[in-house]
Write a protein that binds this ligand. Structure first.
Ligand code: THU
Length: 162
């Protein structure tokens, strides 16, 4: 019998002013993207903005549908768009934020399991870790380095180098 224990590292900040200039900018773009969310059913609007290695910023927001499972999260909208427009281009950092119409989102919003799995594949295929910046509408900001940090024991095919 072997007992495994996993240690995760996250850094928190009290305000955006403490962040690097580029991270502040990315978080601001994610907040802009929140406004483009189509979330009439959940009334929970999510924005994601990612920076590619060429410096370009791509953002996305959650897009819902009356047939509920058809909707897509903000992170996957942004990642899939980046993957289709710039295939093979590494993703350096992603900022994710959300606003809820029915309550105050005052703590970092973390991506759902499906988005973690989807984002992980981009990280596995590139040769560098993706930094993740998380914030709610207000409150502390959390930065995690590496999608694997958010998804220990992730699914991967034996052929993948995860
Ligand atoms: N949502 C995201 O956009 N990202 C996540 O990581 C979790 C949830 C969206 C999906 C749905 O439109 C709404 O938030 C409520 O779940």
């Amino acid at each position: 019998m072997e007992k495994l224990s996993i240690q995760l590292e996250a850094v928190t900040y009290d305000s955006a002013e403490e962040l690097l200039q580029g991270d502040q900018e990315l978080l601001a773009k994610a907040k802009d993207a929140v406004k483009t969310a189509y979330a009439p059913y959940s009334k929970f609007q999510v924005g994601a903005a990612l920076r590619l290695e060429n410096g370009e910023i791509i953002s996305g927001s959650n897009q819902e549908n009356v047939a509920y499972p058809n909707g897509l999260c903000a992170e996957r909208v942004a990642f899939f768009y980046a993957g289709s427009k710039y295939p093979g281009m590494a993703i350096e950092t992603v900022a994710i934020t959300a606003e809820a119409q029915n309550f105050s989102m005052d703590r970092p919003v973390a991506p759902c399991g499906s988005c973690r799995q989807a984002m992980l594949e981009y990280e596995v295929n590139q040769d560098s870790l993706i930094r993740v910046i998380l914030q709610g509408q207000s409150g502390k900001i959390m930065i995690v380095t590496g999608i694997k940090t958010l998804l220990p024991f992730h699914f991967h095919e034996p052929g993948l180098s995860a």
